[in-house]
Design a protein around this ligand. Structure first.
Ligand code: NAD
Length: 424
């Protein structure tokens, strides 16, 4: 039975997942899912809110609010980041948890999806307060996380230092070493080699497979990258090392462009010294808007969501878009790109390299067996190439976009696991 899923789908205020929800809405109808299947996908398995006290530097006690959503665990323990953000809501966390369930299913790793966080602006906390907030949150959720239950990781405004405190707090509570409870840890505490650049490298493996399919000439391809943080800078560095020509990059202040190709190592030094890519002597300054519509073959959004939208989509000149950021393309822009036959490699595939290496980190922790970087890189590559081919195969078979194919594959895999468990 096909039901109208419109009212059932989550509220979309957290704009990050608007596209994800809209795509699923179409997919639900398209795949002719039953009411039971819809219910199963529509509701998180566990969703909760905690309040915990922190003794602040001022001497006063302040209550903090945290959430965690464990969306679906049919394929394995739930997995997903912890973000610290002042406007964090349970709705946002739920949508992001669902996205993680889909992402893990697309790359076929045995995890379900989760997300969590604390409603706090970490920039307003001292180092001590940040540590106490982290530890307070983990104490509040400690019964519900663990290497075989739910495994947190870094997300917006949380990093490996915070993952180290999470590990320590959890181990104090349990009275034993449990490195597999969290990923994205420092290497000295059981983190994995290559984790820091795995999102970018995973995306590049997918890009290289797409170039083979589209027969685009790699040596002539001109690439523009929006964002020069962890993901954008590592992508630029690796692409440059591999022989690609990067013609434009940007950060929050603006961008820089050179049709002959930017010298990325020099640009990284410039950014290190000045705090921005702008005013680099090896290129000319451009705005972020100019970067997105610049004359290039491959566009890599690696900054914020909804950067490619109704107002600029028709002017985009790239033939291929690799979504390293989460949800950089609005629904309207997606439609324009389909009309223009621009190949969009969707975020849930393109930026999944980070969670793939998080899975490797967890495997290493459980086996107490630490891998050389080469082994991590080899396994990352084979996972990303296989995932690309799975999605591309479905895209050809169903004559649909890569985004539709990725969502379809993920939903099918999750529902199949539910059937095998006897839940459907
Ligand atoms: P980051 O904070 O390290 O870097 C963000 C970059 O975007 C910075 O260079 C910043 O200057 C730039 N930026 C901010 N506002 C901008 C604007 N208006 N225009 C252009 N650039 C702007 O973050 P990150 O870890 O590199 O993440 C980037 C994106 O990738 C986010 O969407 C994130 O959710 C997604 N992502 C990251 C990972 C990961 O492993 N880090 C994994 C999956 C997805």
């Amino acid at each position: 039975m096909i039901v109208n899923h419109h009212e059932r789908i989550h509220s979309d205020e957290g704009n990050l997942c608007k596209k994800c929800m809209s795509e699923l809405e179409n997919l639900y109808i398209y795949l002719e899912l039953s009411t039971e299947e819809l219910d199963l996908l529509d509701m998180p398995r566990r969703s909760f809110t905690v309040h915990f006290p922190v003794h602040m530097d001022s001497g006063k006690t302040k209550m903090f609010l945290g959430h965690r959503v464990q969306y679906n665990d049919a394929r394995g323990p739930t997995k997903g980041g912890i973000r610290f953000h002042p406007e964090l809501t349970l709705d946002d966390v739920r949508d992001l948890a669902f996205l993680m369930a889909l992402k893990c299913a697309v790359v076929n790793i045995p995890f379900g999806g989760a997300k969590g966080g604390v409603a706090v602006n970490p920039k307003e906390l001292s180092r001590r307060e940040l540590e106490l907030v982290t530890r307070g949150y983990i104490r509040a959720i400690s019964d519900y996380i663990g290497p075989y239950k739910d495994i947190p990781a870094p997300d917006v405004y949380t990093d490996e230092k915070i993952m180290a405190w999470i590990l320590d707090e959890f181990e104090r509570i349990k009275g034993e070493h449990v490195p597999g409870v969290v990923t994205g840890k420092p290497i000295e505490l059981g983190g994995s080699k290559a984790r820091s650049y795995s999102t970018s490298l995973g995306g590049i493996h997918v890009l290289e497979e797409a170039l083979k399919k589209t027969k685009m000439n790699k040596s002539k391809a001109r690439i523009a990258i929006q964002g020069f943080g962890n993901v954008g800078e590592n992508a630029a560095r690796i692409l440059h090392q591999t022989g690609y020509k990067i013609t434009a990059v940007s950060d929050s202040r603006g961008g820089v462009m050179n049709d002959e190709g930017l010298d990325i190592p020099e640009l990284m030094e410039h950014k290190q010294k000045t705090g921005s890519v702008m005013d680099f002597r090896g290129g000319k300054n451009i705005t972020n808007e100019e970067l997105l519509v610049s004359d290039c073959d491959i566009l890599i959004p690696a900054a914020l969501s909804e950067q490619l939208n109704e107002s600029n989509a028709k002017d985009v000149k790239a033939k291929l878009i690799l979504e390293l950021a989460n949800a950089p393309t609005t629904i309207e822009a997606d439609g324009v790109f389909q009309d223009k036959k621009i190949l969009v490699i969707p975020d849930i595939l393109a930026n999944a390299g980070g969670v793939v290496v998080s899975f490797f980190e967890w495997v290493q922790n459980l086996n107490n067996d630490y891998w050389e970087e080469d082994k991590v890189l080899e396994k990352l590559k084979s996972t990303m190439v296989a995932s690309f081919n799975d999605v591309y195969g479905m895209c050809i078979e169903e004559n649909c976009s890569m985004r539709r194919a990725a969502y379809q594959l993920a939903v099918k895999r999750i529902l199949h696991a539910e059937k095998l468990r006897g839940n459907l």
